[in-house]
Design a protein around this ligand. Structure first.
Ligand code: 5RP
Length: 225
């Protein structure tokens, strides 16, 4: 998993994207260590008097947003003006997400936003997507989906908790198969195949959703539209 980027690069990307937040906006709050910098920066803007409502994408982002004082709501009550979220890999504006097992809610919030900004460090960028694709599955479907993933040319691995005392369980109560496909030349087509498998809740291919990618680095931030 590509998580070797420096915290300084992640902070630069997160704070750069947070500058796009304007008074009165509803902001989708993604998940992960890079987005956490954006959430903290938005908390600072709230302290300074800006009026913002956040829509969290995970337990983790909800807790951090509460800690830094961002008022929260959900998609039953508000619609999202701007979403800020991280990625495990970015190629030509398409993403693989789900390193934090939050990609199902992330996709709902990010796709609903008028504008979606990705925040990343340079280790996340690639010419072609090739990171394993996280696929959230109903627990009853883990074996049948794994077989179908093999039929599609992938190699699925059930994601285990860091303490190795059982599988990762998502905020939605499901399991995650990390599916190695090698270089993914047609992410849209693979995403459609995965989405069509019975028991798949959501996959981590985010194709054509991002409006801009903020990549933090030693010499500042590059914004790719
Ligand atoms: C969570 C995600 C994260 O945005 C992704 O894993 C990147 O995380 P980080 O910024 O910590 O590298 O998709 O499901």
């Amino acid at each position: 998993m590509k998580q070797g980027g420096s915290d300084a690069a992640k902070r630069a990307a997160g704070e750069s994207a947070a500058e796009a937040v304007e008074d009165g906006m509803v902001v989708g709050l993604g998940t992960g260590s890079t987005t956490a910098h954006a959430i903290r920066a938005i908390g600072g803007q709230v302290d300074a008097g800006i009026d913002v409502v956040g829509v969290p994408t995970s337990f983790q982002s909800r807790e951090l947003a509460r800690e830094v004082g961002i008022p929260l709501s959900d998609l039953d009550e508000v619609s999202v003006d701007l979403a800020i979220d991280g990625a495990d890999e970015v190629a030509d504006g398409d993403l693989i997400k789900g390193g934090g097992a939050a990609h199902a809610r992330e996709k709902v919030v990010d796709a609903s936003a008028d504008r979606f900004l990705v925040v990343a460090d340079p280790t996340k960028t690639a010419d072609v997507l090739s990171h394993p694709v996280p696929v959230e599955v109903l627990s009853a479907a883990r074996t049948t989906v794994a077989a179908s993933v093999r039929d599609l040319g992938g190699e699925p691995t059930l994601r285990q908790a860091e303490r190795k005392d059982g599988p990762v369980v998502t905020d939605n109560g499901n399991l995650v198969l990390d599916c190695e496909f090698g270089p993914i030349e047609a992410p849209g087509a693979l995403g459609s195949e995965l989405a069509g498998l019975p028991g798949v809740v959501e996959h981590g291919l985010f194709v054509g959703l991002a409006d801009a990618v903020h990549v933090g680095g030693e010499d500042g931030v590059t914004v790719r539209e």
